[in-house]
Design a binder for this molecule. Structure first.
Ligand code: GLU
Length: 429
């Protein structure tokens, strides 16, 4: 199903309303949390390589900063809308709260297919984004980061632009920067490995030996790549397939191999936009099927790690009876209709803002290291990330078990309670 048929912000509000009802949340608090605190809509003129000027639509949505500066990525995607950015900003508030890191929620975007821009056009576009927003972002205000369609190099340019405008070196204005340019070791793999840490905890809870499990992954961008690699290398499990978006023929495919699937090899033949070299994959014995095949694989764990709305009313019944866990590496991959079916089937849900909170957790570590101007070794970063994600998982599981609620609702309960408490402590409510 095309993502444009699903309004992600309605989805985010629906999920929130459901839990607000369960919690009997005060109407004013509810009204405040249903909407972003602030939104920026702006136009960015960019000089293109051919001498023309193109105007891009940019956004930044600041959902809530009760617990700390707004935090969240920048998504450059052709089907970006203000509602997708609002939804993603809202989920960031819950994500930082569930991970219990002292940050709020925000998200930004530009309507663009970055693959159609040259390197220097990309640089001018991201510098233009900062020129529009620099008065309203900053280490104590709002800290962007990478997301779909943006890269560490782009974060490096944005940090440079902000530092020039602010008149001082300000690495903490943005995270996900390249290592050596203010970035943290471990940030690249943080989101995908975090997905795997939460799967590990879920498997232990369900008393399943990870070495006997198979995972099917949707997507092969940054999150999916490291989720697949981590599933093999950290858990000793087998990857059944990944799917990817082929830029050349604008189609999605599922890539599988009956045995000997090697996620690191596939990563080595994938470009920066997540497109796998089909010929090389076929040469190495991989099978290429249609895009939806990932969902119906005989797998124990499904990892949707692409875009929102991918598991929906039209395809949820294709999920195999072998599936025991759904680990949402993407933000908002499951629509509320599909979620009801999954809950009724008793599949263990690792909801997005818990499951993929490893990225923002290491972003938080990056900003801490920027403040100290002292950098930790990779192992230390990943250990600290694991500790935070494991604690977050158990806080949510305890809530689910004690209140007898679905894991997604439990994650909302933990997150909302923390945000409401911060708003109370600050005297907002
Ligand atoms: N874009 C990532 C997310 O959705 C990371 C955000 C960040 O590091 O601030 O969680």
């Amino acid at each position: 199903m095309s993502t444009s048929l699903i309004n992600p912000f309605q989805m985010a509000q629906q999920q929130f309303d459901h839990v607000a009802d369960l919690l009997q949340l005060d109407p004013a608090v509810r009204d405040f949390l249903r909407w972003p605190q602030r939104e920026f809509h702006f136009r960015i003129p960019v000089h293109m390589d051919d001498g023309s000027v193109r105007i891009f639509q940019g956004y930044r949505v600041q959902h809530n900063d009760a617990r700390g500066p707004h935090k969240g990525g920048l998504r450059f995607h052709p089907s970006e809308t203000i509602d997708s950015v609002r939804a993603l900003a809202t989920w960031m508030t819950w994500k930082c709260a569930v991970a219990d890191i002292p940050l709020g929620g925000g998200k930004g975007g530009v309507i663009v297919d970055p693959a159609t821009l040259s390197t220097s056009e990309k640089e001018r576009l991201v510098r233009g984004w900062v020129q529009q927003m620099w008065k309203n972002i900053g280490p104590r205000l709002d800290v962007p980061a990478p997301d779909v369609g943006t890269t560490p190099q782009m974060m490096g340019w944005m940090m440079d632009e902000y530092s020039k405008l602010a008149g001082e070196f300000t690495p903490g204005v943005i995270t996900g920067k390249p290592v050596g340019g203010g970035g943290s070791l471990g940030r690249t793999e943080a989101t995908g490995f975090g997905v795997v840490y939460t799967i590990r905890e879920a498997l232990q809870h369900l008393k399943i030996d990870s070495r006997n499990t198979r995972a099917a992954v949707q997507g092969f961008g940054n999150v999916a790549q490291y989720a697949a690699i981590g599933f093999q290398e950290i858990l000793g499990g087998e990857v059944a397939c990944v799917s990817y978006w082929d830029r050349s023929d604008r189609t999605s495919y599922t890539v599988s191999k009956a045995s000997g699937f090697d996620a690191r090899f596939l990563q080595s033949i994938t470009d920066q936009y997540g497109t796998i070299d089909k010929a090389k994959a076929l040469d190495s014995g991989y099978k290429i099927e249609d895009s939806e095949a990932w969902l119906s694989q005989e797998a124990d764990v499904l990892i949707p790690a692409a875009l929102e709305g991918q598991i929906n009313a039209l395809n949820v019944h294709d999920i195999s009876s072998r599936v025991k866990i759904i680990a949402e590496g993407a933000n908002g991959p499951t629509t509320p209709e599909a979620d009801t079916v999954i809950r009724e089937r008793g599949i263990f849900m690792l909801p997005d803002f818990l499951c993929n909170s490893g990225g923002v957790t290491v972003s938080y570590f990056e900003s801490v290291q920027n403040d100290m101007n002292y950098y930790w070794p990779r192992e230390e970063v990943l250990q600290k990330e694991d500790h935070i994600l494991t604690s977050a998982f158990h806080a949510v599981l305890d809530m689910a078990l004690s209140q007898d609620v679905y894991m997604r609702d439990a994650a909302y309960m933990v997150a909302i309670a923390r945000v409401v408490k911060a708003m109370q402590l600050r005297g907002w409510i």
